[in-house]
Design a protein around this ligand. Structure first.
Ligand SMILES: NCc1[nH]cc(CCC(=O)O)c1CC(=O)O
Length: 320
């Protein structure tokens, strides 16, 4: 079936959040589509949509996101706009995407993945190991907090919310001696002057889907389907299939710190996973390898292994 490509009069509407990172990701998507189909930028219309997660009147900036609940916090309004036809596709950080999409929408397009690692950001030291006992670490990520406390229970973690710029300002003001950010965000925003050190994945396993951009569409939109197929990156899709199956099988509440990363080596996929208690007092990690095509099955298997090892109650725990 041939499709009518978008034109400046009938543009493809690309929905996104308005943060600098979200916009950079929407621009990248527009650029890839425009190249793939030899279309002018005017054939695309970037539509900024404010989500609950962006609305400061709905969210107290000092309240941890985990208390507000993050299922679809950054996606609900965007998905409503797509179901109503106000936008045709939506660009998302896959790290923030729930594992299942609402009826009528789907995800089958991923852009080539950026650096998956976390970055250690500090004006004072270059490695976690060099932080003095009692040092104050700012992060709003449950996973990073738990991983850090697991390895360095002598550090003090304080809640660090707001966008990248806000957090960097807090660091400069001395509110904390270091923080963590995804390398992917820093790279996409070309923030080269931030004092960062990439943390190897053996030292801090990233969040499931970290560094990956996914593009959502309506199930029955043939034009979007064909256009997105042209820019889809298959290896990223294979890795995310394993990671997201792992996440789904864990069925972790947003209280549960979870890390997961799939990597490809020839025809083999290697999936590593970790679950932790929020205070870092307990961590369970393991890995599994097999044929790429079995990625989703491996995700489920690894989740079962970690669930068994963690034992009943691990995921119900609501600690301090
Ligand atoms: N939860 C916020 C969020 N969602 C995606 C990224 C970074 C980009 C990515 O991982 O794709 C970030 C910020 C961060 O963790 O530093």
């Amino acid at each position: 079936m041939t499709i009518d490509l978008p034109t400046p009069d009938q543009p493809l509407n690309i929905g996104t959040r308005g943060s600098p990172l979200a916009l950079a990701q929407a621009y990248e998507t527009r650029e890839r589509l425009s190249k793939a189909f030899d279309l002018p930028f005017e054939a695309f219309n970037i539509v900024v949509i404010k989500t609950t997660g962006d609305d400061r009147t709905l969210i107290d900036a000092d309240r941890p996101l985990k208390e507000i609940g993050n299922k679809g916090l950054f996606t609900k309004e965007i998905e409503e706009a797509m179901l109503e036809g106000r936008i045709d596709i939506a660009v998302h950080s896959m790290k923030d995407m729930p594992v299942a999409q609402p009826e009528g929408l789907m995800l089958d397009c991923y852009l080539p993945r950026e650096d998956v690692r976390d970055a250690f950001i500090s004006h004072n030291v270059t490695r976690i190991a060099d932080l003095p006992s009692g040092a104050i670490v700012g992060t709003s990520s449950l996973r990073r907090r738990a991983q850090l406390m697991n390895r360095r229970p002598d550090l003090n973690v304080v809640e660090f919310r707001g966008n990248l710029q806000t957090r960097l300002k807090k660091l400069e003001d001395g509110v904390a001696s270091c923080t963590f950010l995804a390398m992917a965000g820093l790279n996409r925003l070309k923030m080269d002057d931030v004092p960062k050190t990439a943390i190897e994945t053996d030292d801090m396993l990233p969040a499931v889907a970290q560094g990956a951009i996914g593009i959502e569409r309506r199930v029955n939109d043939e034009r979007a389907a064909q256009m997105l197929a042209a820019i889809h990156d298959t290896p990223t899709g294979q890795r995310l299939a394993a990671e997201r199956a792992f996440l789904e099988a864990l069925d972790g509440s947003c209280e549960t710190p979870i890390a997961g990363l799939a990597e490809l080596d020839g025809d083999t996929l290697r999936l590593r996973g970790e679950v932790l208690r929020p205070d870092g007092s307990e961590a369970h990690a393991d890995e599994i390898s097999g044929p790429i095509a079995n990625g989703a099955e491996m995700g489920k298997t690894l989740a079962r292994t970690l669930l068994d090892r963690a034992g009943p109650g691990f995921f119900d725990w609501h600690g301090a």
